[in-house]
Unconditional design. Sequence first.
Length: 316
Amino acid sequence: MNTNKHLKPFLLLALIVVFSSCKSDKNTALVKVVSVNPDYFITDNIIGKITQETVKLDGTPTLCYVFKTNSRPSEHQMGPWCPRHIDDAKDKGGIWFEDGKVYDVDGHFIAELAEFYSDDQWKLFREDGSVKYTATQEECEGAAKPDVEEAYQNYCVECLPKYYKDQITTFTIPVTPVYTNREHRLGRGGLGVAFNGVNFDPPAPTHAILAAHTIAPLDDHGGHVNPHGGYHYHAATGSTKEVGQTDVHASMIGYAIDGFGIYALLDQNKNQPTDLDECGGHEDAIRGYHYHAGEPGGNEIIKCLHGIPGSVHVQE
């Protein structure tokens, strides 16, 4: 009896499995990675010093950079967010985003929200034209959460940095990132950090915000304040420190929490990459694997992580 013909399908299947496994491991091993450069951070924005500590990440002891900040930018002022009257120009308010587009939150935008969202329940202004906005810390905290308190529905949500000036954010980032083939989804914590020490946050929960007929504008720099994270960015608008590249590649704007660099969307010729993966990243010979920030109107700086993530902890 010739058993070879019966063994061939099994041998072929085994070879396919082995080849697939080796290919997956090989792809991971061949991804070029570049270590974090702590010199890129603005020293004056760091509390104390950037230290190195061995921390367990994904169950593995990993050498990490650990540093603390007050999450305050030094390159620009924070705000404004909400205009005070429907006659106010765009310099009195921030920005909002819808369907990938950015809109100035001026008085006219506030006055036309019912038409903008095709919903006559919107009315963020009073009969005298004054805008209903959260004017105190108590009001801010009643509105700046997914389950907006009824008293602050139909409000423009504005929380001021001075309410949380003593908050300290601790970042833990691998010194050398470790690329993985699997995606690491973004949690509620930060996804990365700008060179000024301000947190890059996951997408804003716009569904919950809009369901309560509220808006929580970003300032023109892509940031706003919430009670549990202080000032943070939901969009990269070119307001923060950038590290230029020696070629035409887009400038670097910070690090993801997994240690891979985050770069602006457009290169020096105003072109954007066309080969980004599901997380918003790709690889080149100089920078290794890295991410590109999404468009400001997209409510996503990056979509997920391809490296083993560190952590962001806010001490309130």
